[in-house]
Write a new protein. Structure first.
Ligand SMILES: [Zn+2]
Length: 311
């Protein structure tokens, strides 16, 4: 299947209003819109590495320093599964934040406003790292009750892998505490098993570290790259109550101490695909599912994950 068809299949709506798209194009950025040929949009340069993100801030949290170090050298494509509406500011404790960010009371913010805001924040982060293309699949959820969206996501990821044949893809690692992240791991795993593609798969961390007893690829970073990660994460202002930047920097220091015993180093550890995720190639969905479920030590959480994969 051609890339053009692929993109037609997968984009649910135009990514940006045309005037904004034009502005961004003039600044050297291209967002792929519905019906646009991805090859043309990328100027014939196919992305070498794809980052699959359940939410709008996962690329920056998951591989922020890697993006800071390599954005000049590699072509990235970001693919966002959900539209981020799940993070809607609802509680009274978020009042100050809602007033500050939206100029409204929490209960007055409609979902569309948050979706729009989260997309804009993602666009700013892409601009920050000069990421040439992003695909927003725009699903409200990929969890239980959204089987259609989940299936479409699997289809999309498989089509992208076949059409682009990236050297490497980044997906959430299966030990993540966030259910949506693990569903995204499952989606990408099923797609990788189905696609005729055999590139490298690395699992990145957002909600929790990769355990120390599994094979990883370690990458070391200078402070400056970590500062860039912090700056990029801070572009996601709607999420900033969670202080991910500091949490991630601490995790990187911890990883460096634990793996190479260097207190001043900063490392990011990515789970390598060929162990806990199996080899994936030709694996059944059940195999991918069981492999991910086996990474979840809490029985209740494991059952929740399996249930979510079923319906
Ligand atoms: Zn996330």
């Amino acid at each position: 299947m051609s890339i053009e068809n692929t993109i037609r299949c997968i984009l649910r709506e135009k990514v940006l209003p045309s005037h904004k798209e034009k502005q961004l194009t003039e600044r050297g950025m291209i967002y792929v819109a519905q019906g646009v040929n991805l090859d043309e949009a990328l100027g014939g340069n196919k992305p070498k590495e794809i980052v699959f993100c359940p939410h709008q801030d996962d690329a920056e949290i998951g591989i922020g320093p890697y993006l800071a170090k390599y954005y000049h050298a590699k072509g990235f494509l970001f693919v966002y599964h959900t539209n981020g509406v799940g993070g809607l500011i609802r509680d009274a404790a978020s009042r100050e934040r809602a007033l500050q960010l939206f100029g409204k009371e929490p209960n007055e913010i409609v979902p569309e406003e948050l979706v729009q805001r989260r997309r804009e924040q993602a666009e700013k982060a892409m601009e920050f790292f000069q990421v040439p293309a992003g695909i927003f699949l725009g699903y409200d959820s990929i969890k239980k009750g959204h089987a259609r969206e989940r299936e479409a996501s699997i289809e999309t990821v498989a089509l992208l892998l076949n059409a682009i044949k990236p050297e490497k893809i980044f997906i959430p690692q299966p030990f993540d505490q966030h259910l949506t992240h693990r569903i995204a791991t499952y989606i990408c795993g099923c797609a990788a098993a189905r696609a005729s593609w055999d590139g490298e798969i690395l699992g990145y961390s957002v909600w929790g570290p990769v355990p120390y007893d599994v094979p990883t690829q370690d990458e070391f970073f200078e402070e400056g790259y970590v500062d860039m990660m912090r700056a990029a994460i801070h572009l996601h202002k709607t999420e900033m109550v969670k202080n991910y930047g500091e949490a991630k920097a601490c995790m990187m220091r911890m990883d460096a101490i634990a793996t190479v015993n260097k207190p001043d180093a900063l490392s990011e550890r990515y789970l390598m695909r060929n162990m806990k995720l199996g080899h994936l190639k030709g694996m059944t969905r059940q195999g991918v599912r069981d492999s991910i479920a086996s990474c979840i030590h809490d029985k209740k959480m494991a059952n929740e994950f399996l249930e979510n994969c079923d319906k």
